[in-house]
Design a protein around this ligand. Structure first.
Ligand SMILES: NC(=O)c1ccc[n+]([C@@H]2O[C@H](COP(=O)([O-])OP(=O)(O)OC[C@H]3O[C@@H](n4cnc5c(N)ncnc54)[C@H](O)[C@@H]3O)[C@@H](O)[C@H]2O)c1
Ligand SMILES: O=C(O)C[C@H](O)C(=O)O
Length: 315
């Protein structure tokens, strides 16, 4: 059987850690790419990972490069290229720098891997994935963004810590943009099948949701030099796995919503079925009035940011 080819653009903290998770799960062969100015850094990280393979027992060829030729005809491309925020910054502060980076990365992916499923990670996430879709011109099913898997994982971890139970038994969903406006869905949160509202008070649940919303900033303030990478990279690996193993996972993903939820052509976090075709289906839930208002508020924030990005790129 042919192994899948997964390319990761940006060999920094999220990119290299994603390579690690993907290799450990034997998802396929991996190409780790960074800019020419990083010289041999991607090759060094790839070789280091290859040398872990006999110990950890994974069969995966991992190469590091600064040339897109090595990424040719990838099945999946994970895009982590761009700057991370530092304490005191918001994700939106990265817009100008990362929009230019994403534009050039998208042109290269379009030329080198025209059939790939592209998973964007760079921030501000929802605007970056919108730009990736626009520049590649790929079918929207094959361009998506990672945010919801991470945000939901944070929420699930906090709930497991609160209740002293296994993370495996917490099932949850968050929707909307990757930022302060993300929308919790208590009606879709359960612990071993028991609705969360029977186990945690409304007030305490709101505190946990608030910590989740600020989950990225909490890690930034602890690290001081950059942002989270173990959990974000694990989230990307789960999405890559859904594609290369055609898992049909039901997970929250930043997907292009048009008539869905009346979004009108923007990327925003929604539950989807993810398989070899990328985002194979967007699942439309009927939202309560409160959830609908919160979702619309989140979508508006995404639209406003995309408008600012378009102006910046045009000037
Ligand atoms: N969506 C999410 O949930 C999520 C989670 C964590 C981080 N992020 C974002 O991911 C991005 C990367 O974070 P990080 O911690 O890995 O940063 P990092 O600084 O460790 O790595 C970024 C890498 O991108 C490279 N790069 C820059 N321009 C490039 C280009 N044109 N082509 C290829 N590579 C290029 C840099 O050289 C660097 O090695 C940031 O924007 C961060 O905010 C998003
Ligand atoms: O918070 C950040 O800047 C990185 C990422 O979006 C995260 O949620 O960890």
């Amino acid at each position: 059987m042919r192994r899948a080819k997964i390319s990761i653009v940006g060999a920094g903290n999220v990119g290299a850690t994603c390579a690690h998770w993907c290799a450990a799960a034997e998802l396929g062969d991996i190409v780790l790419l960074d800019i020419p100015q990083t010289e041999d850094m991607p090759a060094g990280k790839a070789l280091d990972l290859m040398q872990a393979s006999p110990i950890m027992g994974f069969d995966s060829n991992i190469v590091g490069t600064t040339s897109y030729a090595d990424t040719a005809d990838s099945d999946v491309v994970v895009v982590t290229a761009g700057i991370p925020r530092k304490p005191g910054m918001s994700r939106d502060d990265l817009l100008g720098t990362n929009a230019k980076i994403i534009t050039s990365v998208a042109e290269q992916i379009k030329a080198s891997s025209p059939n790939a499923v592209v998973i964007v990670v760079s921030n501000p996430l929802d605007a970056m994935v919108q730009q990736m879709w626009k520049v590649t011109g790929f079918d929207s099913a094959r361009v998506c963004g990672q945010a919801g898997v991470l945000d939901t994982a944070r929420y699930r971890a906090f709930l497991a810590m609160e209740l002293g139970v296994s993370v495996e038994d917490i099932s949850a969903l968050l929707m909307g943009g990757h930022g302060d406006t993300m929308v919790p869905m208590p009606s879709c949160t359960s612990v071993g099948g028991i609705p969360i509202t029977q186990l945690v008070s409304e007030e305490r649940l709101e505190e946990i949701v608030d910590r989740t919303r600020k989950g990225g900033a909490e890690i930034v303030s602890l690290l001081k030099t950059g942002s989270a990478y173990y959990a974000p990279a694990a989230a990307c690996a789960q999405m890559a796995e859904a594609v290369v193993r055609d898992k049909k996972r039901v997970i929250p993903v930043a997907a292009l919503c048009d008539s869905q939820y009346d979004v009108g052509g923007y990327y925003v976090g929604v539950p989807v079925v993810m398989g070899s075709g990328g985002v194979e289906k967007i699942i439309e839930l009927s939202l309560t009035d409160k959830e609908k208002a919160a979702f619309e508020h989140s979508v508006k924030a995404v639209k406003d940011l995309v408008a600012v990005m378009d102006q910046l790129l045009a000037s």
